[in-house]
Design a protein around this ligand. Structure first.
Ligand SMILES: Cc1cc2nc3c(=O)[nH]c(=O)nc-3n(C[C@H](O)[C@H](O)[C@H](O)COP(=O)(O)OP(=O)(O)OC[C@H]3O[C@@H](n4cnc5c(N)ncnc54)[C@H](O)[C@@H]3O)c2cc1C
Length: 495
């Protein structure tokens, strides 16, 4: 993976940057010594590291605006950062850029039950939103497994998902408003406490923009009343193909589980060894299916899912008998990533999405690749959404293993696109999938996306080197093609 050549003029401007930052925020909010910058040198994609020119931790919108304006004037790039849990390298610093940490924006500003929403600063953790409203009987639905650490700002930037997004939608379906600061220091407010607004859906564009368009300084999130009851079903299968077929049949039967997650044998064993969730060790695949809603409806749906699972060859089916047991079923799944971290020095977490009906075929082809690359793979994923998270196990200290893991990962993602899926379900493109964007989008598609970027950040100062495989000057993208002296749309006034 290559990043754009660092701009020597920006590096030379570092003393002026530090001086300017110290005029905007208190001195202890500017981190510039090499040892302290080490804490920010990577995000959740730890294979890549880079120390930034400096890190700044503002705490007001005015400070963010002044910092961005300063960087724009000095020609310095900016990488926004929430908690740094991105698995696609979205918050990877740049050698010639400032890292803008939003950790101090950590307050819940308002809880508005009449409008079923909460207004929060971007540095509030995902779980922090639910914790702020749970005593009132509410919760925030999208629940990434990283929810104790990741921030709402990062969730919006990555359009994050989680176990419950099958029924309740991704971040984009659960936010109502966003405040955004542009590189010029201008503050935009998109959406609000209401449903759809007129005009172009800029909020839809900002959600999933991976820090390339502006810095999010406030988010209005939807909150939902807690469901009346919840129950989970633990289904074991002796073949991943059978579990895959069960997923497709449950959804095909019109049932919409609150969550439907799959783990394969290596993941089951890692999780069981770590949290002792009570998972059957002899299973080749495990499905956790959660249903929520009124008690009778939940009981009926559980019986229906169990019956479908039996026809698909489930070898065992356990229904959670209590809240403790339901949480125990989830404990293994939620701890699966750290659990896999115990059985391998390093792992590389992929994130592709496929049509559900192709699940068993893709899992089989991944096992063939695993043998070919000589690297083990553990699968833990949002089966209901077809969102795969193969964890490729490797050892960064073994020569060539990182490169093999990267090539294996790229082949998995290419396969996802080949079967009609997409490169990312929820972790974003970042640097990780940047060079694969061409497998999904043609040059015209990418140019249109870059034109949107140019409308917000014409000088490419915000998070460059992420998402787009090639950087184009904005003027180049807007170039007019004159064919045989004929100007297109001659009736439009030119200037
Ligand atoms: C163990 C583990 C489990 C995970 N499970 C899930 C999961 O189930 N579902 C899922 O979707 N993700 C998951 N992730 C990935 C990650 O947690 C999410 O992408 C999360 O949304 C990142 O939030 P963050 O605050 O850490 O953002 P960061 O990692 O700091 O940044 C992520 C991106 O957002 C941008 N950004 C951050 N804050 C702002 C802001 N205020 N304004 C503008 N841009 C900003 C950054 O520039 C970067 O491009 C997991 C990660 C780990 C380590």
């Amino acid at each position: 993976m290559q990043m754009p050549e660092p701009d020597q003029a920006a590096i030379a401007a570092r003393p002026r940057l530090l001086e300017g930052l110290r005029r905007i925020v208190p001195a202890d909010s500017v981190i510039a010594d090499d040892a302290s910058l080490g804490a920010f040198e990577s995000d959740g994609l730890t294979a890549y590291r880079q120390r930034p020119l400096a890190t700044v931790l503002p705490e007001t919108v005015d400070q963010v605006a002044a910092i961005l304006k300063l960087c724009q004037d000095l020609g310095i790039k900016v990488v926004p950062r929430g908690a740094g849990t991105s698995l696609s390298g979205g918050a990877l610093p740049l050698a010639d850029g400032l890292l803008l940490g939003m950790a101090k924006f950590n307050r819940v500003l308002d809880i508005d039950l009449e409008n079923r929403c909460a207004v929060v600063q971007p540095g509030v953790t995902n779980l922090g939103v639910t914790q702020a409203v749970q005593d009132l009987g509410y919760y925030y639905a999208p629940d990434p497994s990283s929810q104790i650490a990741c921030t709402i700002g990062g969730n919006v930037a990555e359009n994050s998902g989680g176990v419950h997004c099958l029924k309740y939608g991704l971040t984009t379906n659960n936010i109502l408003g966003v405040e955004l600061v542009l590189m010029t220091g201008e503050v935009l407010r998109l959406g609000g406490r209401h449903l759809d607004a007129g005009g172009l859906d800029l909020m839809g564009l900002v959600c999933g923009s991976e820090g390339l368009l502006g810095v999010i300084t406030e988010v209005t999130v939807r909150i939902l009343p807690k469901p009346q009851s919840q129950a989970a079903l633990l289904l074991a299968f002796d073949a991943v193909e059978a579990a895959g077929a069960c997923v497709a049949r449950v959804i095909g039967a019109g049932i919409v589980p609150a969550g439907m997650e799959m783990m394969d044998r290596p993941a089951i064993h890692a999780a069981e060894d770590f949290v002792h969730a009570g998972y059957p060790r002899d299973a080749e695949a495990l499905l956790i299916v959660e249903l929520d809603g009124p008690e009778e409806e939940v009981a009926e749906s559980i019986a229906e899912v169990e019956a479908i699972a039996r026809t698909c060859g489930a070898t065992s089916a356990r229904v959670s008998g209590s809240e403790e047991e339901r949480l125990a079923f989830w404990a293994g799944r939620k701890a699966a990533f750290p659990a896999v971290g115990r059985i391998s020095p390093d792992y590389y977490c992929m994130d592709g999405t496929i049509p559900r009906a192709r699940l068993s075929e893709v899992l089989t082809r991944m096992n063939e690749m695993s043998a070919r690359y000589g690297l083990r793979v553990a699968n833990v994923f949002h089966a209901g959404d077809g969102n795969l998270h193969p964890l490729i196990l490797y050892d960064a200290n073994a020569p060539g293993e990182l490169e093999r893991a990267e090539a294996f990962g790229a082949e998995i993602l290419t396969l996802c696109v080949e079967v009609g899926g997409v490169l990312t379900g929820e972790h974003g493109v970042g640097v990780e999938k940047r060079d694969l964007m061409g497998t999904m989008f043609d040059a015209g598609d990418l140019a249109h996306q870059e034109r949107m970027k140019c409308a917000f950040d014409p000088d490419h100062r915000l998070n460059p080197g992420k998402m787009f495989p090639e950087l184009h000057r904005c003027a180049e993208l807007g170039r007019m093609h004159i064919h045989r002296g004929q100007m297109p749309f001659p009736d439009i006034p030119r200037f």
